[in-house]
Structures are given as C-alpha cells and as structure tokens.
Design a protein around this ligand. Structure first.
Ligand SMILES: Cc1cc2nc3c(=O)[nH]c(=O)nc-3n(C[C@H](O)[C@H](O)[C@H](O)COP(=O)(O)OP(=O)(O)OC[C@H]3O[C@@H](n4cnc5c(N)ncnc54)[C@H](O)[C@@H]3O)c2cc1C
Length: 681
C-alpha cells in the first residue's frame, strides 16, 4: 500500500469513528420492514392491551429507584450485592403492585421485572411457581386456606426441596423420610444420610422461611412412596434456622448469582400431620395411607414449571438475539467492507433462531391456555383432569427438553456473532450463557424428561397398533400408517418446501419411521426391556425431539390460520409470519437431512433442494432482521448491553461503560508486592 493510500485509509477510519455509521445502518435496516413493527409487538405480547401495559411497566421500572438497577447493570456487583439488590426489588415490587388498580398492569409489571432481572425472575419463580403451585396442586382446600394468603403476600417465603446431594433424576430413590408418629399426630422429617441432604434448593441458602420437601412417606416402618410436606425452616422474625434444620448456601456458581441456592439437612424435625399436602394422597389420623388415583399426579407441579421455560426462552434468547442482530448490522469489518450481517455464515446462524422465537411465542400461548383450562378441572372434574394430564405431561417434558437445548444452541450462535465482545460481561451474552445452562438440567434433566416423553409415544403407538383411537398431541398417530406406505419423497423443486403443511407431512413421515422401528425393536426384544431401552436411548430421545418440534410447527400453522381471521392489524402481519413459519419448517427438514438421507427418503438432489431453499429463506428474512427483533420490544435498559443499543451508536456507549467500570484505570493493589520487585528489583 502506498503512503498516500495508507493516509487516505486512516482518514476514512477517522471519519468512520467520529461519525458513527451504526445509527445510519440501523435506520436503513428499519426502513426495510414490510410490516408494522408496533402491531407485531402487540401480537408478540398477545394483545394490544398487554403490549401497552408492558410498555408502561418498563417505564415504571426505569423511573423507580428501587426497581431499577443503579448504574444500569449488575455485572460489577459482588454476589452479596446482587442478592441484596434483587431482594430489594422484590420488596419494592410487593409494595408497588398493591397500589396498582389495573390487574393487567400488575401482570405486566411482574412480567417486565422478570424480563429485566434474571435473579428477580428466579426468586419469584421458586416462590410463586414451585412453592406456591405445589400447595395449589397438592394441598386440600383447608390447607390452601391456611397458607395461601401468607404465601401470596410473601409473609411465608417458600422454596422447593426435591433434589438431594446423591439423587435427583431418580425421584423414587430420594432418601429424606417423613415418618408418621401416630401418638403425636405428627410427621418426623429426617435426612438419614449425607447423600439425603437437600441440594441446589433455590432460596434455601439465605431467604426461605418454609419449604415443600419431597420425602419418602413411612408408616409403621413401611414406605408408601414420595409425598410433599410443608416444613418451616427459619424463624420469620429473626431469620434463624429452626431447631432440627441445618441449612446453608451452595457457594460459588457460574451463573444465577442472585439466587441463594442452598442445602438443607433435617434432623428429626416434627411437623403436624396436616403439613403433608393431602389433596391426592392422604394419611389419616390412625395412620392409614390412601393412595392417589394416578401416581403421576405427584409430578404435576413440575408441568407448570416445565412450561415456564417457553416464556423464559423468549426472554433470554429474545434479548440475546436482539443484541447479536443489532451488532451484526452495525459492525463493519473495515471502512470499505459491508456489515458482517451480510456474511452467509452470520445470518444463517441467527435468522432461523429469530424465526424460532416467533414459533415458540405462539406455542407458549397455546399450551399455557390448555394447561390453565386443564388445571381448572382439578376443582371441577378430577377424572377428566387425570385423563388428560398424561398427554400434557409428556408434551411439557418434550418441549422443555427440546426447546432448552435449542436455547443453548441459539445462545452459542449469539456468542459467536459478537466475536470477542461476547466475552465482555457488559454485552450480556456471557452472563446469559451462565444463567441459561441449568435450564437443560434443572426441573428434570433433559435426557430424563425426553425419555418420559418417549415412553408415552411408544405406549401411544402400541395402543394405536391395538386399534385404539388416540387423542391429544398424538392424535395424528391414528393416521401415521398411511405415511409409512410412502418410501421416497416426491420433492422436485423449492416451491414445494414453501408449503408448511408439506414440510409437516415430511416430518410426520420421519416420526412414523422412527416409531415403527423403535416399537418393533422394543416389543420383539428377548433381552431385559431396560437393556433394550438403554441400547436405543439416543434414538428414543431423538424421537421425542421430533415429536416436540412437530408439535410446535403444527400449532404455528394453526395459529397462522387464526391470525388470518383476526383483527386487521394481525391479518396484515400474516405475510411475514408465513415467511417465518416457512423458514422454521424448512429449518426442521434441513436439520434432519441426515436422517432423511439415511432412510432413503431423499436423494442427493432433494437434499440440495432443501439446502438451497433454506439458504434462500434465510437471506430473504435477513432483510427484515432488525424490524423482527425490534418487535419484541426490549428497551435498552432491559437489554443491558451497549452493543445492542437501539439507536446503533454502540461504540461510544460500550467505551463509556468500560471506562466507568471499577478499577478500569489505575495501579493494581498487587503492584508493589508482585510487579515492582520484578520490574524495579
Ligand atoms: C442453579 C440450580 C438451581 C436448582 N434449583 C433447584 C430447586 O430449587 N429445587 C430442587 O429440588 N432442585 C433444584 N436444582 C436441581 C436440579 O433439579 C437437578 O440438578 C436436576 O434435576 C438434575 O439432577 P442431578 O443434578 O442429580 O443430575 P443427575 O441425575 O445425577 O444427572 C447427571 C447426568 O446423568 C444423566 N442421567 C441421569 N439419569 C439418566 C437417565 N435415566 N438416562 C440418561 N441419562 C441420565 C443426566 O442426563 C446428566 O447428564 C437446581 C439445580 C441448579 C443447577
């Protein structure tokens, strides 16, 4: 390069720095929108009214000195500081929400707080979803009357003690005991061994006053299986542990720093018999055990827990993708070069993720309605509830496993998209990864959950083979045999792939093949069934993934047709929603290419058609990537990432954040002792 050229180039760089191109880039990106971003925000929020309430809630948080995080982010705080901050937010929220007259705003504020603060969402999730719902699902009316008001008002702060140091995924193997003492009408809660120590219990470390503990129920030295018991842990005035309870904090973790994950040991703690949650199983005063109609009921509370990850995925990944996509559009490799978002590797890594968030949003809403309808039956029609709960149990396990693994993949795509800047905590992706991983393990490890789903699928298939009619999420198995007659795909051109139903049928075909194969292996095996199961575990888990993804696609197709008959604002969004669904459905086929080829369903030509359609759709939707992420409506203070700033002026904000960080400039405390003796001996 000549000296003049080099100088020109330097001047250009100088101009580039002094006049940031990011705002222009993002403005251009926004001008590409083929749809109304505000209306999409309404749709994403479920309604115009909730969207408005959510915007108001974000504003309330930003203006409230106790809800808002001082300095804009918590990444430089110590663990105790983070915990104090989040508890202060909860304390404040409890005061603020009581003053709100509008229930929608109340709901929106809670939702906005969860979007804003992962630690807030975790603490309230442990108390509201795990603890409170256990009392709701397993408690009798009298028990609910006794505790619910205290729980709702946080006079009792609850945690959920299932996992033990030595056991979790195998719940029946848990060791903590609840032994009935007929003389005193009490249960004695005990941790008989070290491995029985309740472990990883959110809020048990420092905060919870009570727990629901899952224990082996012992009467007259005989075990009657696991049940739930409400056990007080701490004095509500002093915070001191109650006699017989030993509990502490788990200590350093690589994520979820605001949550005081803890351990608990019970040394013959006495609780009244009525503290056993007795809606389904009961122990009478004279020590008679009455079993639940359906043993699976003991896991019911976990269904709600599993379904919450669908909302959690939209939140965590929605924020991470907004940051990554905005960065990809403002980042230029050099002055002459274009936006990094235009590299095929870049947008193919992100665009399908964005499409999937729209799909998950739809599925989340549908399945939550189903679940809410179903739990109403606990009070009105228990027989119907028990009939339907198995299907939604399998579905929730499948969705939880599949979507949270997909979430991990998406976060890794976001991390790669930010290059080295992902390693700055200030850009929020690294902390999000630290917080996220447990979703694939907690609430039931994914490998375990997806096997529960697989068992349901295999047994449903067996029923179908026996001529029984299926309903619920496996209703399509009734017709699955018609797919098995097809040997080869009739795919000839890309156009066919833009029909989501066509792709859904291909996916159904693949599920049919796997079901048929696995069912014949399992039913014809001469070995111990558990050995055959274990030898086919990988395929069984894959079957559950396919079933879960298929469910998402089929619900999305249904939702799209509903939007076509909805309010005009939503009808107008159908073209872009269709494109998103097309991409997602092709993504599913693209990701399964290996299996379609193995089965001989596709030839090389057809695999190429799928690839071309996939890349074409990614490129097409790349044009609207910024309007698509803007529509999720995360304000900058919620994103907490300078590189994801809405206005695109990212470097100044990033640099200012780094400059303001504690210890950014200055002589380190170890200079005198460990550097100076080297440099100035
Ligand atoms: C941050 C955090 C918060 C948590 N909060 C709570 C809480 O509030 N309350 C609570 O009760 N628990 C909580 N947990 C515990 C969580 O629910 C358990 O970690 C989870 O259920 C997995 O159990 P485990 O750790 O015993 O793993 P294990 O069951 O020991 O699993 C270890 C490995 O073995 C594999 N494995 C186990 N069984 C099978 C199988 N049948 N087939 C194939 N592979 C298998 C798993 O896939 C995994 O890879 C929390 C955990 C964390 C990390």
């Amino acid at each position: 390069m000549s000296k003049n050229n080099a100088l020109n180039r330097l001047n250009l760089i100088q101009d580039h720095i002094s006049q940031p191109t990011g705002p222009i880039d993002l403005a251009n990106e926004r001008s590409n929108a083929s749809f109304n971003v505000e209306h999409m925000y309404w749709l994403f929020c479920g309604s115009k009214e909730f969207a408005k309430a959510l915007s108001d809630a974000y504003q309330m948080i930003q203006r409230d000195p106790d809800l808002y995080i001082p300095g804009g982010h918590s990444f430089d705080m110590t663990q105790p500081q983070q915990r104090e901050l989040v508890q202060r937010q909860i304390f404040r929220y409890q005061k603020v929400h009581k003053t709100l007259k509008d229930p929608l705003l109340c709901k929106a504020l809670e939702f906005a707080m969860c979007n804003y603060s992962e630690a807030y969402s975790m603490r309230t999730y442990v108390h509201n979803t795990l603890f409170r719902q256990s009392i709701e699902f397993f408690g009798t009316k009298e028990q609910q009357d006794e505790w619910m008001d205290e729980v709702l008002n946080w006079r009792i702060i609850g945690c959920f003690a299932m996992t033990e140091l030595g056991h979790s995924s195998f719940i029946r193997g848990l060791e903590t005991t609840a032994t009935y003492d007929r003389v005193h009408d009490e249960f004695i809660i005990n941790s008989p061994t070290l491995t029985a120590t309740k472990w990883w219990i959110g809020m048990a470390g420092q905060t919870a006053t009570h727990t629901v503990a899952i224990c082996q129920t012992i009467i007259d030295s005989e075990s009657y299986g696991i049940n739930w018991f409400v056990v007080p842990l701490r004095d509500r005035k002093t915070g001191h542990l109650l006699p017989g309870v030993t509990a502490g904090d788990i200590g350093a973790k690589f994520g979820r720093h605001g949550l005081d994950s803890g351990w608990i040991q019970f040394s013959n703690v006495r609780i009244p018999r009525k503290n056993m949650l007795m809606k389904w199983s009961k122990v009478t005063e004279d020590g008679k055990y009455i079993s639940p109609q359906n043993p699976a009921i003991a896991y019911t509370t976990l269904i709600g827990e599993r379904l919450t990850v669908l909302t959690g995925t939209q939140n965590a990944l929605g924020k991470a993708l907004t940051i990554a996509c905005r960065y990809g559009c403002v980042r230029r490799q050099s002055v002459d070069d274009g936006q990094i978002m235009n590299y095929q590797t870049y947008y193919v890594g992100l665009v399908p993720c964005v499409a999937s968030i729209y799909v998950i949003n739809v599925v989340d809403r549908i399945i939550k309605i189903q679940w809410e309808e179903l739990i109403k039956q606990i009070h009105t029609n228990q027989a119907e509830f028990l009939k339907n709960v198995t299907d939604i149990h399998a579905l929730s396990s499948g969705l939880k496993g599949t979507i949270t693994w997909w979430g991990s993949e998406m976060l890794e795509s976001c991390r790669r998209a930010l290059g080295g800047h992902a390693y700055s905590a200030y850009n929020a992706i690294g902390p999000a990864i630290g917080d996220w991983g447990v979703n694939t393990t907690g609430g039931g490890d994914n490998f375990v959950l997806l096997q529960q789903t697989a068992r349901y699928l295999i047994s449903s298939y067996e029923k179908m083979v026996q001529g029984k009619r299926l309903s619920g999420s496996v209703e399509y198995f009734n017709n699955i045999k018609q797919f098995s007659k097809i040997v080869k795909s009739d795919l000839l051109n890309e156009e066919q792939l833009y029909d989501m139903k066509y792709n859904l049928d291909m996916y159904t075909w693949l599920i049919g093949q796997k079901l048929q194969y696995l069912f014949s292996i399992l039913s014809q095996s001469q070995e111990d069934p558990s050995v055959t199961w274990n030898n086919n575990q990988v395929s069984l888990i894959r079957l559950s993934e396919l079933y879960s993804f298929r469910y998402c696609l089929s619900e999305y197709i249904q939702a799209l047709s509903n939007y076509q008959n909805s309010i005009p604002e939503f009808q107008n969004l159908c073209p872009i929603l269709t494109k998103l669904g097309q991409l997602w459905s092709i993504h599913l086929i693209y990701e399964s290419l290996k299996e379609f080829l193995e089965e001989g369903y596709f030839g090389k030509e057809q695999a190429n058609i799928v690839k071309n359609a996939y890349f074409r759709m990614c490129k097409e939707l790349r044009k609207e990537i910024i309007p698509l992420v803007d529509s999720w409506g995360y304000p900058d203070f919620v994103l907490q990432a300078p590189l994801g700033k809405f206005d695109g002026d990212v470097y100044k904000e990033y640099f200012n954040t780094v400059r303001a960080a504690p210890g950014c400039i200055g002589i380190p405390s170890y200079w005198e002792d460990y550097i100076k003796p080297l440099t100035d001996p």
